[in-house]
Design a protein around this ligand. Structure first.
Ligand code: SAH
Ligand code: SF4
Ligand code: F3S
Length: 439
């Protein structure tokens, strides 16, 4: 057993969903509060791989990343911590197959400093406990953030879709307390955030004992001075309550964007997926959302090649896409995940068929996304500037509909400015600054 030195520098690499991005930021703040400083992956003393377990290649990436870190030539190999959902599901297995120092699950990363100290004495330090929401109370306060910040309000999932690992890696649905969320939101706004995206594996299941519901939380956040935009993701169709739909009509800061995954367009497949909604009930929800907020941008997630999916059933997914006309979407080939019911099902779809279906589905999505973007040309809308663009003087911001807008401007990152949209492609818009909004 080699004895390690206590690390002075760290690097965090996050994979997977936005909740992992948020967790990565919180881990960085935590390590920073312990006196460690951030460094490049190539020379950090401690590298945290904040992993995702949702599809196969994610796990393979972790192994190859560990391999690369071991043989890096610019510095001695770092202490390696595997965090996130792979750590939760397979941390012990990874520690058997590769020499790593720390395994820490997504509900236990507030203990990272203790684990790193333990590992520095030699051997493996592992913590994959799942105390409900204990970590948030143990993390340092928020400091500097960008103009758009994430805020996790809900964690875990009770839905048990038959293909999905999230209920196992993140545990049961838990909502953070109302006051803790409002406090963190205010801290983020004080730290520079103009926009907050509320995060949860099923964010619209957020609730408290008073039955406030996500819409009640959004109404409360709407009152925070200095906060200009509110978004939330990811929602489940079954938790799309009337209050939340109404909020899209009534709450000024709530942006006209809804990510509502459907996964498939065939009722038989939806049932086999244990989605607990039908094609029709899903489409009816979208009708109500569009009635509340006619300009809303809709996005979704799709899985092609679920076990047993026939050509005709896949066509039903395409016809659902035709009916909805999404502004954006994410689509995936079915991946058999260990421990999930779908991994044991009959009728695995050959890779070539999945490839073909994915291509056709993505072509339909790009068609609709391009049309949605083109329809904004000529409109003037507020754009929140988020980062520098490729060309000098160019900045990139987001429209209310979450489109990236590129423009040349003297305004600075964090400004919310009025922009006339002058051009559109499949993935972004071009704009010209019109009148500066009173920020
Ligand atoms: N809680 C969210 C997101 C879960 S993971 C929801 O219910 O929508 C994000 C997306 O990954 C899912 O919406 C699904 O489209 C995809 N996904 C999850 N498990 C998968 C698997 N085993 N194979 C392929 N795609 C998967
Ligand atoms: Fe996974 Fe389904 Fe839960 Fe989403 S709702 S996290 S897809 S089990
Ligand atoms: Fe991946 Fe875990 Fe998020 S499996 S998608 S990082 S909840």
């Amino acid at each position: 057993m080699t004895t390690q030195k206590s690390p002075a520098t760290f690097h965090i690499k996050s994979y997977g969903c936005q909740m992992n991005v948020y967790d990565g930021e919180r881990m960085a703040e935590l390590l920073g509060s312990q006196g460690l400083t951030a460094a490049d992956a190539a020379d950090a003393d401690l590298v945290v791989l904040n992993t995702c377990h949702i599809r196969e290649r994610a796990t393979e990436k972790v192994y190859s990343e560990i391999g690369r870190l071991k043989v890096r030539d610019t510095a001695p190999p770092p202490m390696i911590a595997v965090a996130g959902c792979v750590a939760q599901a397979e941390g012990a297995e990874i520690a058997r197959r590769a020499r790593i120092d720390v395994v820490v699950g997504p509900q236990a990363y507030h203990n990272l400093p203790r684990l790193v100290a333990e590992a520095a004495k030699g051997g493996l330090a592992l913590d994959t406990d799942m105390p409900a929401i204990a970590k948030f109370g143990a993390l340092p306060a928020r400091r500097k953030v960008g103009s758009s910040a994430f805020l996790t309000v809900q964690e875990g999932c009770d839905k048990f879709c038959t293909y999905c690992v999230v209920p196992y890696t993140r545990g049961a649905e838990v909502s953070r307390p109302f006051d803790a969320i409002i406090d963190e939101a205010k801290a983020l706004v004080d730290a520079g955030a103009k926009e907050l995206t509320l995060l949860g594996q099923n964010v619209n299941a957020w609730d408290d004992d008073a039955g406030t519901g996500l819409h009640g939380l959004i109404v409360a956040l709407d009152k925070i001075e200095g906060l200009h935009r509110i978004r939330y993701t990811t929602s489940h169709p079954n938790d799309m309550r009337e209050g939340l739909i109404r909020a899209h009509a009534e709450v000024g800061k709530l942006m006209p964007y809804l990510h509502l995954p459907v996964q498939a367009g065939s009722d038989r497949i939806l049932k086999a997926m244990n989605r607990s909604h039908t094609r029709d009930s899903y489409l009816r929800i979208l009708d109500r959302v569009r009635a509340a907020r006619p300009d809303i941008a809709l996005s979704g997630d799709f899985i092609v090649g679920f076990p047993g999916e026939t050509d005709a059933e896949f066509e039903e997914t395409l016809s659902l896409i035709d009916a909805v006309r999404y502004a954006a979407a994410f689509s995936f080939k079915f991946s058999a995940r260990p421990g999930t019911p779908a991994a044991e099902m009959d009728g695995m779809i050959p890779m070539a068929v999945m490839d073909e279906r994915l291509q056709r589905l993505q072509a339909a999505i790009i068609r609709d996304q391009t049309a949605f973007n083109a329809a904004t040309v000529g409109r003037t809308c507020p754009v929140l500037l988020e980062r520098p663009g490729r060309q000098p003087g160019q900045l990139v911001g987001k429209s209310p509909w979450l489109q990236s807008v590129h423009l040349t401007t003297d305004a600075k990152i964090g400004d919310l400015i009025e922009v006339e949209i002058v051009s559109a492609g499949p993935n972004s818009l071009g704009g010209v600054e019109s009148v500066k909004a009173a920020a």
